[in-house]
Design a protein around this ligand. Structure first.
Ligand SMILES: Cc1cc2nc3c(=O)[nH]c(=O)nc-3n(C[C@H](O)[C@H](O)[C@H](O)COP(=O)(O)O)c2cc1C
Length: 182
């Protein structure tokens, strides 16, 4: 067993690998579609199914979700890592900028993302302030996955799904442990 090394106080957050990348779709009060990339992301309840995204107060995703009370979480696979990275750029229309396709969702106004492995449609439950991010908690009210990912059982569906972990900036890790620098 290898020895444990203490991480310096100013680097404590480096001791976490980063989260699975999520693309979050919202609609502004004026009806404009918005898409952005997130690494602060996790499931946080099974019954009811809930998901949490860490957002900064300054960004459009926060403002749109607060106003419209709905958002869609798309899970990109490694085939669209470059497009997912582009969703971190500060542009008006991220769908066009990143080359991603908005498609109508089943139960919420924000569009789903055709290229994602999974699309989880959410109703905003609450915003929970933390340090420099706000936890945007959503209840999943509908979900669709790519046909090749679908399975009747949880293990089947989760193990078939592709995803990318966001380590930092332009550095991602694939499900099979390969580093991708966009
Ligand atoms: C892979 C990746 C992960 C990111 N993770 C987060 C995050 O967890 N929280 C956050 O507030 N911003 C995160 N960002 C930055 C936002 O995507 C970026 O600020 C974006 O322009 C916000 O768009 P919006 O103003 O349309 O909401 C991330 C960017 C990238 C590329």
């Amino acid at each position: 067993m290898s020895e444990l090394v203490e991480v310096p106080e100013d680097k404590l957050s480096y001791a976490h690998p980063g989260g699975i990348t999520a693309l979050v779709s919202t609609v502004s009060e004026e009806g404009v579609n918005n898409l952005a990339a997130f690494g602060f992301h996790a499931m946080c309840s099974v019954k009811p199914p809930m998901i949490v995204i860490g957002v900064r107060e300054s960004i459009d995703t926060y403002k749109n979700a607060l106003a419209g009370k709905e958002f869609v979480v798309g899970i990109p696979g490694k085939d669209i890592v470059d497009k997912a990275y582009k969703c971190g750029d500060d542009v008006v229309d991220e769908f066009t900028h990143a080359g991603l396709t908005p498609i109508p969702s089943l139960k919420v106004k924000p569009p789903s993302i055709a290229e994602c492995q999974s699309n989880l449609e959410c109703k905003l439950v609450k915003m929970v302030p933390t340090g420099d991010h706000i936890l945007m908690v959503g209840e999943i009210v509908a979900a669709r996955v790519k046909k090749e990912v679908y399975a009747e059982d949880k293990i089947g569906m989760r193990t078939k799904m592709d995803y990318i972990v966001h380590n930092t900036k332009n550095v991602f890790m694939t499900k099979d442990g390969k580093e991708i620098r966009v």
